[in-house]
Design a binder for this molecule. Sequence first.
Ligand code: PMT
Length: 219
Amino acid sequence: MHVLVTAGPTREPIDPVRFISNRSSGKMGYAVAAAFAARGHEVVLVSGPVALAAPAGVSRVQVQTADEMLAAVSARLEWCGALVMAAAVADWRPRRAAAAKLKKAAMPVALELEAAPDILRALAERKGGRVFVGFAAETGDPLPEARRKLREKKLDLIVANDVSRAGSGFEADTNKVTLLPAGGAPIDLPLMSKRGVAERIAEWVLDRAAGASAAAAET
Ligand code: PMT
């Protein structure tokens, strides 16, 4: 299978030396890419800036901003059979990035923000028979927001994680997630390594893709 995975944060520039970003280390998305590659699938990993090496057998495309991530994913969408969006893409960005470093004395009293592109929403119409997986990072019970994002972003599966729990979410080596399939029962996983979570996601995606191709062969 051809699998497109995103990982890490995006950086939205304020000026050439400053940006808005978030705490994503890329560990979760890189573990997903590694899990598919270890099973012999062809993986392209679209990655924001992180301090990780590309997993063995994975082809990596490095990006900085939400616009660049959208362009990189969009260009490879037809190629892939599954898209797993583990990246923490910026929701907002400065409306204008200064061309030169802003002087300390010229501190802006406020930053004017605008919405960054929502990659999953932008690509939903081109989904076709592909398997789309998103993540929902929430502080507190992630399930209500995860269900909303699953529906509104037209996903097959959303991985709900409470990023305020110890050992879960951003930067940790472990994660505590619930897999929420569209139209299926939630699968609550215990706290486990990100690689363990990634294996469960890969199994779900591959089962789903195999089920879809068996159904197509019968018709
Ligand atoms: O990188 P780590 O340090 O290992 O941390 C892992 C993680 C916490 C980043 C990861 O497990 C995770 O939850 N990733 C998704 C973070 C996020 O942006 O969640 P969200 O609820 O804001 O977004 C929902 C979904 O829409 C996500 O699949 C996201 O990739 C996607 N999205 C979000 C914003 C945007 N502008 N475009 C998008 O496509």
